[in-house]
Design a protein. Structure first.
Length: 182
């Protein structure tokens, strides 16, 4: 029990630090996550850009749109059948690679901003980036960040109040005062 309490505090402290660094002000509230981490996801491609609307460095509520262009390779993992055709609502047929999430995931995440969308290059049949850019829009979703408990590696996540939608990972990915880097 004691170890679990320490890990929870460590996860919370990491999330608070990510949030406070990103917006350059103290955290003012804590919300409970109403979803649980899945055991597995599918990797569908590379993240080329993350677009979000934030009041970082501004008065609370003064939102400005930002776009983080990936500076290094970033992978996109989503829940099964999450990527759907805009018009039909049917799941897209994508080249997917099953990914097992670590057995321990953080129990606290930092809410960074409202997500506007992702620009993704899906994998082709050979598992390489297709070279075609696709925009993925997720209504009423948030952009968050957290650190893996075992490695301390930062990752981004897209979520709604009721579900995890996507995880973005990359070896150089970080959350800095200037925004997302890597």
């Amino acid at each position: 029990m004691r170890r679990s309490m320490y890990e929870n505090r460590k996860s919370f402290d990491a999330a608070r630090q990510l949030r406070e660094t990103f917006v350059d002000r103290k955290m003012t509230r804590v919300e409970e996550m109403r979803w649980e981490w899945p055991k597995a996801m599918v990797e569908v491609g590379t993240c080329e850009a993350v677009m979000y609307s934030s009041d970082k460095w501004k008065r609370i509520g003064d939102l400005i749109d930002y776009k983080h262009n990936a500076e290094a390779k970033q992978r996109v993992c989503v829940c099964q059948d999450f990527i759907r055709d805009y018009h039909s609502g049917k799941p897209l047929s994508l080249t997917e690679f099953d990914i097992q999430l670590p057995s321990r995931m953080p129990d606290a995440v930092a809410e960074l901003a409202n997500i506007l969308g992702l620009q993704v290059q899906f994998y082709d049949d050979d598992g390489e980036s297709s070279g075609e850019y696709h925009q993925v829009n997720i209504a009423r979703a948030k952009l968050g960040a957290a650190k893996y408990p075992r490695t301390g590696e930062t990752f981004l996540l897209i979520y709604t109040p009721s579900q995890l939608c996507a995880i973005i990972t990359g070896e150089e990915l970080a959350v800095e005062r200037d925004g997302i880097t890597g």
